[in-house]
Ligand binder design. Structure first.
Ligand code: SF4
Length: 249
């Protein structure tokens, strides 16, 4: 069955689109061209609450107790989502228990970098129209002439030259090129405690340009690319569309 598709023209490519394209081009097509929404999940809600908590760092003053600030931000964010918690059968207390260790890990990283912060910015959206790229960076800390970029991840980081996380790191470092000459990005997984430190290399713009052009060519297709069976298919929300059945238990 042909799905109604929305022409993907003049839309900027985001690091999330690149990441999903690298995991499966067909999945990216379903999500961004056919716009079949992903079913909401508990994991998505938990990730959202965690990110919203840390986005409040923009209000942090250096003379405040960082630990108390973060716990207070977490409490407020959980309360703001009270109705959704109920929908997903989540309880405030359980969420506190689940997210406090993640927050403690983030706090250790922040304790190291915030004392030298001249400015703290959260959820900063930047674009490169020429490259056709747009991204939102979780946290930018300005330290004198240097910018420190932090992206919080709640799952395992995949390393390697063409891994989704490596290309995301390239995209974020590239997008801040007009803000400072010296920039360093940390991808931090708060669940696995992995860190990936990243700086722009001479290959960054070339690699990004090639990847963006491959993503765009898929997004201009009227039909999805052929499915390729991988172990990840089992956990994919589009499984039955690709394989005509539900994943076996
Ligand atoms: S089920 Fe597999 S092939 Fe189909 S969209 Fe998902 S990951 Fe891609």
């Amino acid at each position: 069955m042909l799905l109604p598709v929305i022409p993907f023209i003049g839309i900027l490519i985001t690091p999330s689109m690149i990441s999903i394209y690298l995991s499966c081009p067909r999945k990216a097509w379903y999500q961004y061209v056919a716009r079949i929404p992903l079913p909401p999940s508990r994991a998505m809600l938990i990730g959202r609450i965690f990110h919203e908590t840390l986005s409040q760092l923009t209000h942090y003053r250096r003379d405040e107790d960082l630990h108390a600030f973060l716990i207070d931000a977490l409490t407020q964010t959980i309360r703001q989502h009270h109705d959704l918690l109920h929908e997903y059968d989540l309880h405030e207390h359980d969420l506190h228990e689940r997210l406090t260790p993640w927050l403690s890990h983030a706090e250790r990283i922040l304790q190291h970098h915030l004392p030298r912060a001249e400015r703290i910015m959260t959820e900063v959206t930047l674009t490169d129209d020429q490259l056709g790229l747009k991204g939102r960076i979780d946290l930018i800390i300005r330290q004198a002439e240097r910018l420190l970029l932090i992206e919080w991840k709640t799952g395992r980081l995949k390393q390697g030259f063409m891994s989704p996380h490596t290309l995301q790191a390239d995209a974020y470092v590239h997008l801040t090129r007009t803000l400072a000459d010296e920039r360093e990005l940390f991808l931090v997984s708060v669940s696995t405690k992995q860190h990936l430190a990243w700086r722009e290399s001479p290959f960054t713009p070339i690699r990004l340009e090639k990847t963006i052009s491959r993503v765009k060519s898929i997004f201009q297709q009227e039909e999805p690319p052929e499915p390729v069976r991988t172990p990840a298919c089992r956990y994919c929300p589009y499984f039955s569309r690709c394989w005509g059945m539900q994943p076996s238990s």
